[in-house]
Design a protein around this ligand. Structure first.
Ligand SMILES: NC(=O)c1ccc[n+]([C@@H]2O[C@H](COP(=O)([O-])OP(=O)(O)OC[C@H]3O[C@@H](n4cnc5c(N)ncnc54)[C@H](O)[C@@H]3O)[C@@H](O)[C@H]2O)c1
Length: 361
């Protein structure tokens, strides 16, 4: 009898390799099967990744029929919903890659299905395991900032537009907002324990992606490569969120938290075209405060990346499955993140402020 946690991987592309290598590094985990819709791809993946004894499947159904407890969903965004719902209905726990889904409605359905089947649905935000992200959350929750009323989140790549499924609205849902914006939103909203969003007013554009001088697939590009949004949150708080895949600028500014007693500033570790704080690349953390009319700034030491944050996220999921715990990064919380992205796309299309409604599940 084995006490190993039995795993399946759905989708065998780029990020699936990181999941596979993390699972393979744990002695108490066994990868039982891998599926991909491209015939033969799952078998090549198994061979390339050195996953001994795993079964290659050409469909999700085939994989779910195997004796597995949990799956990683590593498909393009468009299939997160169907793969997760099918897996949950088959009684498997799910670690789904970010972003949660393509639409808010899909996200709601996924959360309902997890609840109805009493299974874990966790979302793959590995920056949560970055020690600096944890330090930021602890600092804000310590109350040192007082009441945090304003957040400035996001940032941007100067040049960093992906291609393929990432630039197709039907398959990805949204562009930069969903791809890297979901991380930035998670950074600030998780630090504040995910306050509920009320309204959003947004602008998005695709001036770089649709220009052949900047993107080789310009004729297929139909998502946003830049966006800015003002999001009103419960408790009298406001979020100014901006993100870019491409722009003629080195940065869209730091990530800021303004509180009634102090302010917090995060700057990226690098100033290169791909740098940002959203993926754990924090260069500096500074606390600005005034005590007895003396201006004080405190630099908080940035911690080195001594741990593999991707492996930590997979480990935490496995532990939750093994020990019957709740989801480490619960999808019901990330619904808020999805609702904001969904609201941004709607607001930008209609050119006006939109209400954000998330039903109780
Ligand atoms: N956490 C991270 O750091 C990180 C990094 C990159 C990508 N991602 C996310 O991971 C997901 C996948 O990205 P990727 O870069 O690996 O994409 P990819 O295109 O390299 O791989 C996706 C694979 O899924 C397969 N597939 C598509 N539909 C399927 C279905 N219904 N069932 C089974 N397989 C299916 C495709 O054939 C492909 O092999 C995206 O949602 C992306 O946002 C996360």
């Amino acid at each position: 009898m084995t006490s190993k946690v039995s795993i399946g991987i759905i989708g065998s592309g780029g990020i699936a390799a990181a999941h596979a290598q993390a699972y393979l590094s744990f002695p108490d985990v066994e990868i039982i099967g891998v599926s991909d819709i491209i015939p033969g791809k799952a078998q090549s993946f198994i061979d390339q990744q050195g996953i001994e004894g795993a079964i290659a499947c050409d469909s999700v159904e085939e994989l779910l029929a195997l004796d597995i407890e949990a799956v990683s969903v590593c498909t393009p965004n468009v299939a997160h919903h169907s793969a997760s719902v099918e897996a949950l209905q088959a009684g498997k726990h799910v670690l789904v890659e970010k972003p949660l889904a393509v639409t808010l409605d899909q996200g709601i359905d996924m959360v309902k299905t997890a609840k109805n089947n009493d299974k874990i649905l966790s979302v793959g935000f590995q920056p949560r395991y970055d020690p600096n992200m944890k330090a930021v959350k602890e600092l804000i929750n310590s109350g040192k900032l007082g009441d945090v009323y304003y957040m400035q989140a996001g940032g941007g790549r100067r040049r960093g537009m992906p291609g393929g499924t990432f630039i197709n609205k039907e398959l990805a849902g949204a562009g930069a907002m969903a791809d890297i914006g979901c991380y930035s939103l998670d950074l600030v909203l998780n630090a504040l324990n995910y306050p509920k969003p009320l309204t959003v007013s947004a602008y998005t554009s695709s001036l770089f992606g649709t220009n052949p001088a900047y993107h080789p697939e310009a004729d297929k590009f139909d998502v946003e490569d830049f966006g800015v949004a003002m999001v009103r949150l419960e408790g009298g708080k406001v979020l100014n969120f901006k993100i870019s895949w491409a722009m003629h600028m080195d940065s869209l500014g730091p990530t800021l938290f303004l509180g009634t007693d102090a302010g917090l500033k995060l700057t990226p570790a690098g100033n290169g075209p791909w740098s940002g704080v959203w993926d754990g690349g924090i260069g500096s953390i500074e606390l600005f405060h005034d005590l007895n009319n003396h201006h004080v700034e405190t630099s908080i030491p940035v911690q080195e990346h001594s741990i593999d944050i991707f492996r930590e996220k997979v480990r935490d999921f496995v532990t939750a499955v093994k020990e019957g715990k709740s989801a480490p990064i619960p999808a019901e919380e990330i619904l808020i993140n999805q609702a904001i992205i969904d609201g941004i796309i709607r607001s930008s299309e209609l050119g006006r402020e939109m209400e954000i409604n998330i039903p109780e599940i």
